[in-house]
Write a protein that binds this ligand. Sequence first.
Ligand SMILES: O=C(O)C(=O)C[C@H](O)C(=O)CO
Ligand SMILES: [Zn+2]
Length: 279
Amino acid sequence: MSISYQTRYASSPKAVKKYDTTELRDEFLIDNLMQKGKINLTYTHYDRYIVGSAVPENPLKLHKIDPLKADYFLERRELGIINVGDSGSVEVDGTSFELGNKDALYIGMGNKEIVFKSNDKNKPAMFYLNSAPAHTTYPTKKVSLSEANKLELGSLETANDRTVSQMIIGGIVTTCQLQMGMTELNTGSVWNTMPAHVHDRRMEVYFYLDVPEGQSVCHFMGQPQETRHIWMQNHEAVISPPWSIHCGSGTSNYTFIWGMAGENMDYGDMDATKITDLR
Ligand SMILES: O=C(O)C(=O)C[C@H](O)C(=O)CO
Ligand SMILES: [Zn+2]
């Protein structure tokens, strides 16, 4: 089975300032995720982060892709997976890990055969995938949402009452540079990541889910004094360059998965922007 992949090169803030809606979406929006029976990947040149999905009706194997120039996908990489669909499993060199809805799995460098399976092909698992280059092997580990480290942030008064679940993060899982987690907005709250921040030491990707039928999320990006927006639908992802803010406001509450890589593994390493300084 062939895996479909596309490549995204990195853009400078100077260039992005001049992008129109189509150019912004072509460069940063990933709107081909969660297609039944397929593995779709986007290889970005932002910290060589790969974003993708696997939705198995029949078992799907994660083959190497050409830009890796490797013998197998995880020869020099690590992989984070969060299941946003029905139950399924991921087989890692013959060991099977059951993943229910919103369970995560970290797979260390050096594992050769990764196979995605759904428990019921009519109600498939939907595996969201993030991968970053790795320099050593750390143990593969499953993390359920209840095992995550929780941060209660924001308030209903400012429409940003939300729970951040840190899932693939130091203290829970040891990784080379990958971090992943999930942020759930409570009913009545629509703003994520406000006050907004940048972190020039890490890139980030947001994947929006649990967006109700007929609703959308407006994702904000750009330098704090030169912001742009991208309207996003359920199960779409957006690349956030290290120089860009990444926050959003929905027409209802929703959930999103964040994933990051770079040279600083400290989640709290963020340069916040005063809300009133945003332009
Ligand atoms: O709601 C939030 O705030 C977040 O989830 C923030 C992200 O986790 C993030 O941007 C981490 O750098
Ligand atoms: Zn961030």
